[in-house]
Design a protein around this ligand. Structure first.
Ligand code: MSP
Length: 527
């Protein structure tokens, strides 16, 4: 595969402090969807995820569980891998920051920064938020509390090493001028620009002496490398940067897409590009920033008892409905809300009524009117047919653009516009009347257009909902891989006339009893 066909996509590495809720699962589902899309488009797509295992918070959680930090993170990394397996996430590599391949390279990177004069030793005094493991300047505090999580901060002072951010300030500003689209959506870029870059960069404290669960510095062992320098570099250590074998690094770096939540944009939009500049490495091509999945009463938290875990939704409602909900609930960097009502409504309306019924009705009609025989390629196009095709073709173009930009929520909305249009097309063409009037050729044409709409929908939902896509193709009996490929979206194939659709359509999604399921989800949230 040629060099420009590679596509490297990353998720943040998650803190393994507890089980992973649907919010954390969101990024991974999104990244996986982008990866699958790129693969369908012929890219050598490579996806990285992992766990961020050092730091005070992890040490404290481990202690509270009566475990050593290592025992705790070993367990939690397995929990993460199990979840991704259940969600059919096809990552290429899972990096853990406690792995040797990571720790050794981070220590080397630190050394190099010291040698180049990027890192110096000093004394740090500031307002420290323990849960966020971040120091803040007085001006960054909001009402005297942590600007990220709103909790109490305490004044702390310690001998520490600093990264000289100021040295790179001008280059960072130039970088943003040259790459105005680096952060998507752009209003998120304006936020960090106005709040952090314009007022002038502060040097970043990159070590701690207040805890010891971390990568130690050579010759000054009471210092451990502070989590962000440790964590951010995972994106290159996982590729073997500075190791004996840099093949993967040379092939995949720079990342084509890094996906992060809005809370960690500062780290990825300021410190990360600067670390890379200091290493003389190219910066990532795009940083996609998403909002948060919220609950009616605000953030998800164990203490509020409002956490929803992906496993419980998957076990009861299936994988694809869970993924579909997540991919639809957040858009354009904004927050979205999970409510049991919203979930059930989306399930019944979008999945069961719109998509499920379209497939079911189509298969039912082909069986009833043509004994299951695949329709022939349409010959005559009525005005209604032409309108229908025109809308589908226009939508395909804009869905492709959205997929290219990794705007999956918008792409799915437009796919569902095709589905609605197809349902409407049935009402407009009234196949039952055509049958009664024995207009069998016209009726066959209508079936052809419906099969084609479903085939196209099946292709376009594949990156996000592979199981559903496969089921559509199975039920329509379209086995030819070419006809399942993105490239075939604009084609109008001739179907093998020997083929028959499935005799009895299988519901893609079973209708939910609204009240009962809302109660059910509320119960599940208590578990
Ligand atoms: N370990 C750091 C990331 C280091 S990357 C070099 C971290 N971990 S985290 O587990 O706290 O968060 C990981 C990601 O999950 C972040 O992108 C964060 O925005 C995202 N989310 C956490 N809660 C979320 C929601 N409720 N909704 C959507 N995303 C959420 O930060």
């Amino acid at each position: 595969m040629s060099e420009n066909k590679k596509y490297y996509i990353t998720t943040p590495i998650y803190y393994p402090s507890g089980k992973f809720h649907i919010g954390t699962a969101y990024t991974t589902v999104l990244a996986n969807t982008v990866k699958k899309y790129r693969q369908m488009r012929g890219y050598d797509a490579y996806m990285l995820t992992g766990t961020d295992e050092h730091g005070q918070k992890i040490q404290e959680v481990a202690m509270s569980r009566g475990k050593t930090p290592q025992e705790h993170v070993d367990e939690m990394a397995e929990v993460a891998k199990e979840l991704w397996k259940k969600m059919k996430i096809e990552y290429n590599d899972f990096i853990r920051t406690t792995e040797k391949r990571h720790e050794e390279v981070v220590a080397q990177i630190f050394e190099r920064f010291v040698q180049n004069g990027d890192i110096y030793k000093g004394e740090y005094e500031g307002w420290y938020c323990t849960p966020c493991e971040t120091y803040f300047t007085p001006t960054q505090l909001v009402d005297g509390k942590c600007p990220d999580c709103g909790r109490e901060v305490k004044k702390m002072k310690e001998e520490a090493y600093f990264f000289n951010m100021k040295k790179y300030e001008k280059r960072l500003i130039e970088f943003y001028e040259e790459n105005p689209d680096f952060i998507d959506p752009v209003y998120r870029k304006n936020e960090i620009f106005n709040n952090f870059i314009k007022p002038g960069l502060e040097d970043l404290c990159v070590t701690r002496t207040s805890f010891d669960w971390g990568i130690k510095i050579k010759n000054d062992e009471k210092h451990v490398i502070y989590v962000w320098l440790d964590a951010l570099t995972n994106y290159i250590t996982a590729l073997g940067y500075m190791s004996k074998d840099e093949t993967k690094f040379n092939k995949y770096w720079p990342a084509d897409l890094q996906i992060v939540g809005k809370d960690i944009i500062r780290f990825h939009g300021i410190y990360w590009p600067i670390f890379l500049m200091a290493l003389g490495l190219p910066t990532p091509k795009k940083l996609l920033v998403h909002g948060w999945v919220m609950m009616k009463d605000g953030k998800m938290s164990k203490s509020k008892g409002n956490v929803i875990y992906p496993e419980v939704l998957i076990d009861r409602y299936g994988l694809d409905s869970t993924k579909y909900f997540l991919l639809k609930v957040l858009n354009n960097g904004q927050d979205g809300v999970f409510t049991p009502e919203g979930f059930v409504e989306m399930y019944n309306s979008d999945l069961c009524n719109d998509l499920g019924n379209l497939l079911n009705r189509t298969i039912g009609m082909i069986n009833k009117y043509f004994k299951g025989k695949m329709p022939q390629k349409a010959k005559e196009y009525t005005e209604i047919d032409k309108e229908f095709q025109k809308i589908i073709n226009e939508k395909i173009d804009s869905i492709e653009k959205n997929m290219d930009n990794s705007h999956i929520c918008d792409a799915l909305s437009e796919i569902w516009e095709i589905i609605s249009k197809a349902n409407k097309y049935i009402d407009e063409t009234m196949p039952w009347v055509l049958y009664k009037e024995e207009k069998m050729e016209e009726l066959d044409d209508v079936m052809y257009h419906l099969v084609e709409a479903l085939r196209k929908v099946g292709i376009m939902i594949k990156p996000a909902m592979e199981d559903t896509s496969n089921s559509i193709f199975e039920q329509l009996n379209i086995k030819d891989e070419k006809l399942q490929s993105w490239e075939s979206l604009k084609e109008y194939p001739e179907y093998n006339q020997e083929l028959k659709v499935i005799e009895k359509g299988q519901p893609l999604f079973e209708r939910l009893e609204v009240e009962k399921e809302i109660e059910e989800i509320l119960e599940l949230m208590k578990k």
